[in-house]
Write a protein that binds this ligand. Structure first.
Ligand code: FMN
Length: 214
């Protein structure tokens, strides 16, 4: 399919069909797209919770702002995007070991350079815990973009959500205990027949207003 067509077909689903579930194989593909998303210095700061049952939905609902609640109730799956915060020494060592295992290094010097470079860049973005958190969160927005595009490409509808209370989400999922902080919520599923947003025309500023050829 033409990539511009996919970008036009993707829209923010406001009403989901509760009777339609995403097949396991397609969900696995979408999770793999998240896993393959790029991150600065391959920092991979994300951890993602996958919700597909009413018990887990009920648990997170107090953290969800009212207009988004029905979307979560009806969507096939809800993902909670979290970051590891703070980014620990153990995480940095885990990344390096994984890169080694995956054959990324041709020599010990190569490996050391990667480790040093990553630590330098993490440090550069960690002036305060808040700076580090924001830098980590930016990485998750890249995964969000890839996920939304990929979902449309395989016929799955989606809603990105910032409309939730992060502190409450961290509380109900006990995220602090796990060294995590919530950043984003995404629902995935299939539009209901009466989702008025599906036929609403897309509104974007004209290209002359957003691109400048230098
Ligand atoms: C980061 C992000 C957060 C968003 N949060 C919400 C949300 O909480 N609830 C909602 O209904 N839509 C949410 N949206 C959807 C936007 O309002 C929507 O993308 C925008 O109006 C453009 O419409 P379109 O996605 O249909 O092209 C969010 C979108 C993004 C990218």
């Amino acid at each position: 399919m033409n990539i511009v067509d996919i970008s036009k077909q993707r829209y923010t689903t406001k009403h989901y069909d509760k009777n339609k579930r995403i097949p396991a194989e397609q969900l696995a593909q979408l999770l793999e797209v998240i896993r393959n998303s790029p991150t600065s210095v391959n920092s991979q700061p994300g951890h993602f919770f996958v919700i597909d049952n009413d018990q887990a939905r009920a648990k997170i609902m107090p953290a969800i702002m009212e207009p988004n609640q029905q979307r979560i109730a009806d969507a096939s799956h809800t993902l909670i995007f979290c970051v590891k915060s703070p980014l620990s020494e153990q995480h940095l060592q885990n990344l390096l070991a994984q890169e080694d295992k995956d054959g990324r290094f041709t020599s010990a010097e190569d490996k050391q350079m990667m480790d040093q470079g990553r630590r330098m860049f993490v440090e550069y973005n960690s002036n305060t815990p808040q700076c580090q958190l924001e830098w980590e969160a930016k990485q998750l927005y890249i995964a969000l973009g890839q996920l939304l595009f990929a979902a449309t490409a395989i016929g799955v509808d989606s809603t990105a959500m910032e409309g939730f209370d992060k502190a409450k989400m961290d509380e109900v999922l006990d995220l602090n205990q796990q060294g995590l902080r919530s950043v984003l919520v995404v629902t995935l599923g299939y539009r209901s027949a009466d989702d008025s947003n599906a036929s609403r025309p897309k509104s974007r500023l004209p290209k002359e207003q957003i691109f400048t050829q230098l």
